[in-house]
Design a protein around this ligand. Sequence first.
Ligand code: TEU
Ligand code: CA
Length: 597
Amino acid sequence: KNQSPTKNIESRNCAAHRTAAAAAGVRRVQYHQENVMERAGIEIMNKDFRKSTVYQIYPKSFCDTNKDGIGDLRGVIEKLDYIKELGTDYIWLTPFFVSPQNDNGYDVEDYYNIDPSYGTMEDVEELIAEAGKRDIGLMFDMVFNHVSTRHEWFRKAMDGAPYYKDFFIFRKGKGDGVPPTNWESKFGGNAWEYVEKFDEYYLHLFDVTQADLNWENENLRKEIQKILKFWMEKGVRGFRFDVINLISKACYEDDETGDGRKYYTDGPKIHQYLKEMHDATFGTDPGIVTVGEMSSTTMENCFKYAGRDTGELSMVFSFHHLKVDFMGNEKWVLVPADFQKLKDIIFDWQTKMAEHNAWNAVFWCNHDQPRVVSRFGDEGKYWKESAKMLGTIIHCLRGTPYVYQGEEIGMTNTDFTDISQFKDVESLNHYQILQHKGLSASDALRIIQIHSRDNGRTPMQWDDSKYAGFAAEDSAEPWIAVNGNHTKINAADQLRDEDSIFHYYQKLIALRKELDIIAYGSIEPLAEKDPCVFAYRRMYEGHELIVAANFYGRDYTWKNAPDVDGYTRVIGNYKDAAAAENGVMGLRPYEAAVWYK
Ligand code: TEU
Ligand code: CA
């Protein structure tokens, strides 16, 4: 059997957790399905997701209130006023359900209970109610492609119960220690794990402790619906579905030309499963917003996933625009970002999704991505300008913008210099794999520093204190190190500074509410082949909006620019407007400006 480094790292994590969980004493209770909002007397207002903005919270790294060095739900409650100040309509909270945390909660052990490291069900209820009071809806993150191997279903499957064994994907190997197929796990190594007692393998597209679920099984699908209804009845206003386009597997065959993804991505029954889930659960409440995370998807499928009348989801995350610094699908390489490709992909998705009445989630950052200011902007001299420029591009597009915690203050990639500082299972596995391929430890580390998901997972920088205000100074060491630049980049400073990135994001978010054109207008790419400019035009009911951005750190003259005479600059990252005359626009380093007529 191909012994990938996944297995070794996993067994270390798992052992550590078993003791922690035992010590914490996971409390399991059967909870009432009582709507928290009703109980608190909060009237639920349906929102138009096209006019909304979502703030994403990775609770583990957001705010720690009990000094254990791990962010928690009470920390989110404490910061609700900050989020209200920023102005977003929803909070997407990544998973906080009971989990061994091998993949920071994306390995769910129990969807009905809260992991003690994050808090209790009472905390969740209070969070829903307190957010509701501020007219902020909560979106929960549902991981339905797989569950933790510690989930009750998997344990029963391992005990040999046929009913539960069929919740998973068990297959015979090809003999002699050869797994059923040559598919690769996204976290490295083969995607099948051998179980001696059955002489069979189970499929895990992610970590070995994340067993893929068998959606062919109707009983499993009913269980999924029960989970969604449980949380809807509690007052949750939306859902984000983790890698949801991987749930329908076409067949189990070797992929001679790849890693297997063509056999499980956008599979044959995916639309049927989504429609069924929609009709049975969130489709009954028009106020619920949904977003599907679509791994390596095609646009044709997204027309259906996120179509206005297709009865599947409100919108989709696609990632093609964030692979412009990969080599094809290979992430673990160092190549400069391809600006032309970035524009081509964004414009292609913008225009074609519009033609098909389908809706995008628009974003640069999340908990799996490096920080955008480090990636496409400038951490140095033009840090502030470039962060604002990148925000402008996203927030004026056709789609629902997502702001990932810390993006609104221009947080950067980690400053880690040693592999021991990295925590993510994917990074640690690929650090080994790169060295097995012959890279030196320092070259492997360089690649991890650039691409690691931990870049987005260092603690939120609230202030300039020892642990950046993420945790009290006398608390346990944070689970992942704070970036040393928190003395310069932190929320407290930016709340005081009118010219900060925070206040610029606040303005962008407000602009979408003020100007219907941003939510409802058509989209037309401009300067498509220009080597420096990112620009587009929106149109709606006789109004026009022109967004122009210089993507680089040098002065640039944009010839053939649209004439903005008679337009008002509604937002820009320099004090005065750019010099524009007769279709020639002078853009300063990383300058962004938005004109409206
Ligand atoms: O991510 C899906 C996913 O495809 C990424 O993990 C991706 O494989 C990786 O970034 C590529 O380098 C979702 C969650 O967002 C992620 O945090 C989880 O680890 C993953 O699913 C498994 O649940
Ligand atoms: Ca804590």
